[in-house]
Design a protein around this ligand. Structure first.
Ligand SMILES: Nc1ncnc2c1ncn2[C@@H]1O[C@H](COP(=O)(O)OP(=O)(O)OP(=O)(O)O)[C@@H](O)[C@H]1O
Length: 301
């Protein structure tokens, strides 16, 4: 049974339609991504799920509860990591965890949580002395301190350097391995691709696709792009006529061939037959970036 069911969610701010028509379900134990550009309506969607905002239309069920009426119960069972959360500068890590623990019926073991999030040595460190990555890890710890069944993490790696980002990804996987269902709001393609079991792609307040990362890429076909510099002139008409080749473009001295999955073998045999060498050969598979462009007609960043 799904732990979250959202159907035809609609939310406006004055005249502005923030969420037009969003539907999705999240199964227990998965990492579910909500991916889309800035302003797509991701945060508004999850805030309605958390009971922090009231939807204007649609139905919501979270752990069998209605966020509109059961906010207090949901707060005990859904951990929320807010975008850009800040704590008082002088509050120490251990103190913050003890304080937040006191809000919950079944608080987590804070020592274990510090250990899980790699903050054991920072227990007595004041918030303002923590690095960006450590502050982010603390905000995840605070989302988990009530032993939630679901954790909602919103833009959790924005502003982190690449290493801290990768460390945070490992942590999210560790959280899921503890049995927590994770809803991850992100506008980073790489993050969604690496972490999520399934992704809802949201654009201008609507869901444009829901699938696994590989499924989203499959939706746009298994095209590949082959780039090389031929050592001798190539007959482009013959190249275009090869099976599996969809398109051939010349970019200066480089040829770019777009083709189906087996196009590489076809193209390299053709070149060998014509005694042409393929210099600087590079093959790119379609990725989630290409899928996003195909689904929404524009790039994510
Ligand atoms: N409190 C508010 N009042 C008025 N408009 C708002 C409010 N909050 C969000 N919006 C607008 O609603 C739209 C959706 O915003 P939302 O924050 O849900 O998008 P998002 O996909 O989470 O974007 P971001 O990644 O930038 O947070 C945006 O156009 C935003 O400007």
């Amino acid at each position: 049974m799904p732990v979250i069911e959202v159907q035809h969610l609609h939310k406006t701010y004055g005249d502005k339609v923030a969420v037009d028509d969003v539907s999705f379900t999240v199964e227990r134990g998965e990492i579910f991504g909500i991916l889309g550009p800035n302003g797509a309506g991701k945060t508004t969607t999850v805030e309605c799920v958390e009971g922090l905002r009231t939807a204007d239309g649609g139905t919501l069920s979270v752990l069998g509860l209605d966020p509109r009426h059961d906010r207090h119960e949901l707060r005990q069972r859904v951990g929320v990591q807010l975008q850009e959360s800040r704590l008082p500068d002088r509050l120490r890590v251990g103190e913050a965890l003890e304080l937040y623990s006191s809000f919950y019926r079944t608080p987590a073991d804070t020592g274990r949580l510090l250990d899980l999030l790699g903050l054991t040595h920072q227990r007595d460190t004041a918030y303002k002395k923590l690095s960006g990555g450590q502050q982010q890890r603390l905000s995840i710890a605070l989302a988990l301190v009530g032993s939630p069944e679901i954790a909602v993490l919103d833009e959790l790696t924005t502003g982190l350097d690449p290493q801290a980002r990768r460390d945070t990804w490992d942590l999210v996987e560790a959280v899921r391995d503890e049995g927590v269902t994770v809803v991850l709001v992100t506008h980073f393609m790489e993050e969604a691709e690496r972490l999520c079991d399934r992704i809802a792609v949201i654009d201008t307040g609507r869901v444009v696709a829901i699938d696994t990362p590989a499924g989203l890429v499959r939706q746009i076909g298994d095209e590949q792009r082959i780039r090389f510099r031929p050592s001798a002139p190539v007959d482009l008409a013959q190249l275009r006529a090869l099976p599996d080749v969809l398109e051939v473009e010349r970019h200066g001295s480089q040829l770019v061939v777009t083709g189906r999955a087996t196009a590489l073998q076809t193209v390299t045999s053709f070149l060998a037959r014509n005694q042409v060498l393929a210099g600087d050969l590079r093959v790119d598979q379609a990725n989630l970036d290409d899928a996003f462009v195909a689904l929404t007609g524009r790039k994510l960043d």
